[in-house]
Design a protein around this ligand. Structure first.
Ligand code: ACO
Length: 326
């Protein structure tokens, strides 16, 4: 039983935060952020929004795009590092809000920006075992979880959600192959440790500022992201007997433009074959790939017959790539 993508959806909050807005708050500039990252703007959720509400908005868009209703969904996977609460999982709240009935749901948490493509890997396996319709969501509300006074990390991120409906119906696109990998030896290079059992939220973590400190070695992350996304891309294409010259469009994780350009060069691709929206939305973690996929479909950048490559890298380190035949 093959797994297909039947609908695509996305949601971004209305509130736009420009680089100049950041420069008014911390010691940074539009020039620094643009040169190092390519980011010009990002969206931040309003107070009445949450991880769940953004996930639901993207899911409703994907369901409409698939011409399905909530009752057609058999399972929900939510990839997020910024869940609604510690327990229960965001997916349970999304299920209830959408009105899906008592279907199984689960979060895939902690994979950082690779979470959505990893979740797609799980969804493909679930559909292959027994035909079912799986809602796969990538969502982050990062602006509420990290320090907005730390210029080294805060300016990189934005809030958003993206979703696909995956299932047995061959109407639009087949998920030909997905690969995932993990190297758990590098947690300290990119981590938000507070809130877990090693460093629980308490007055100590509040006083030290650890409670929302995202620790990141940007240069090491950069090098690993380029290497892993490039290698995973080649590997997933190799598995289906294709090369990068067969690919119509690559949708890479949108961490920053320099990382995307380096991956593009590694893969030997022209600019127009790589989708980029990081200048508009910043790094929205596990939402970047499904958000960009939905946008690319709506913009007509993807058409019937196109082979589309997804590739992502995140904390852990985790990485994943998928080959989608439209
Ligand atoms: N504005 C101005 N200066 C800043 C800012 C800022 N917002 N942030 C850091 N700096 C300063 C630092 O304090 C440091 O100053 P110093 O040299 O006086 O100590 C200097 O800029 C750092 O410069 P570089 O190390 O040369 O910066 P670099 O060129 O490595 O760019 C960046 C930093 C953008 C973080 C880059 O390393 C990067 O993009 N790495 C990838 C990180 C990433 O994408 N993380 C997202 C999560 S993981 C993922 O999505 C894959």
């Amino acid at each position: 039983m093959a797994a297909h993508l039947m609908g695509f959806g996305r949601y971004a909050p209305e509130r736009i935060i420009t680089n100049d807005d950041w420069a008014a708050r911390v010691d940074t500039s539009d020039e620094w952020i643009t040169q190092r990252t390519g980011i010009k703007r990002r969206r931040f959720a309003d107070d009445d929004e949450s991880t769940m509400t953004m996930a639901v908005a993207a899911a409703e868009h994907a369901l409409k795009d698939a011409d399905l209703v909530a009752g057609d969904i058999d399972e929900i996977i939510v990839a997020t590092d910024t869940p609604e609460m510690m327990t229960p999982d965001t997916a349970a709240l999304v299920q209830h809000q959408l009105g899906c009935g008592n279907i199984p749901t689960y979060d895939l948490g902690g994979s950082g920006c690779a979470g959505f493509v990893q979740a797609l890997d799980v969804a493909k396996a679930r559909i292959t075992v027994a035909p079912k319709t799986v809602l796969v969501i990538g969502v982050e509300l990062i602006s509420r979880m990290i320090s907005l006074d730390d210029r080294a990390t805060a300016v990189l991120f934005g809030d958003a959600a993206g979703a696909v409906v995956a299932g047995p119906s061959a109407a639009r696109a087949e998920v030909l192959e997905v690969i995932s990998g993990t190297d758990g030896a590098h947690a300290e290079i990119l981590t938000l440790a507070a809130g877990g059992t090693r460093n629980p939220f308490n007055s100590g973590s509040l006083e030290s500022g650890d409670y929302n400190r995202l620790v990141m070695d940007g240069r090491k992350v950069f090098v690993e992201a380029v290497r892993r996304m490039s290698e995973a891309s080649v590997e997933v294409l190799d598995r289906i007997g294709k090369t990068t010259s067969d690919v119509a469009l690559v949708i890479p994780h949108q961490a920053n433009k320099r990382i995307i350009d380096a991956v593009r060069k590694q893969l030997g691709l022209a600019d127009e074959r790589v989708y980029v929206n990081v200048h508009e939305y910043g790094n929205t973690g596990s939402a970047t790939v499904p958000f960009a996929l939905s946008e690319a479909v709506d913009e007509g950048r993807i058409g019937p017959g196109d082979l589309v490559l997804l590739t992502a890298f995140g904390a852990g380190f985790h990485w994943a790539a998928a080959a989608i035949q439209f």
